[in-house]
Design a protein around this ligand. Structure first.
Ligand code: FEO
Length: 167
């Protein structure tokens, strides 16, 4: 049976992953409305990944005999001044999520819950990749500036992204 404090923290993290998914879905729709299909696809894959993260945590919580407590999800932001602002917003979300996973890990450490530490290791590694991929797009967008050809090139590049293996 998992410690109640960890159960609560895992439930909060599940809510955060679902909130992130919701935000990415809204950003994907924003890009669709801007006729940037590659950006939209990239964000939709992010949406799917966040759903996988929530599912992975939910499965773990239940495997440990915990209780799933789903909470309300805030309305996502859906308007941006352009791709750069949408990706900067995504970066803030990922940084917030990294901090949250770190806090969760620290609780598991304090409670000597080695199984949860092991489970969270995957998320710590995943956050490094997530922040890196968003940062790369931000840097490219900064380099592109107002150049339409550059933006369309990046749109094609992001549209070539393939989904990761789902859990
Ligand atoms: Fe589930 Fe983007 O972290």
């Amino acid at each position: 049976m998992i410690h109640e404090e960890l159960q609560d923290a895992l439930n909060a993290q599940i809510n955060q992953e679902l909130s992130a998914a919701y935000n990415y879905l809204a950003i994907s729709a924003y890009f669709d409305e801007e006729n940037l299909d590659g950006f939209a696809k990239w964000m939709l894959l992010q949406y799917n990944e966040e759903l996988d993260h929530a599912q992975r945590l939910k499965n773990y919580l239940l495997d440990r005999g915990g209780h799933l407590c789903l909470d309300a999800i805030a309305k996502p932001r859906s308007q941006f001044t352009g791709p750069l602002e949408a990706f900067e917003f995504s970066m803030l979300q990922e940084q917030h999520n990294t901090k949250s996973i770190n806090n969760l890990y620290e609780i598991a450490l304090r409670l000597n819950d080695h199984a949860t530490k092991s489970q969270l290791q995957w998320f710590l590694d995943e956050q490094v990749e997530e922040e890196k991929s968003v940062e790369e797009v931000i840097k490219t967008l900064q380099r592109i500036g107002g150049d339409v050809a550059g933006l369309l090139y990046l749109n094609d590049k992001l549209g070539a992204r393939q989904p990761e293996t789902s859990i």
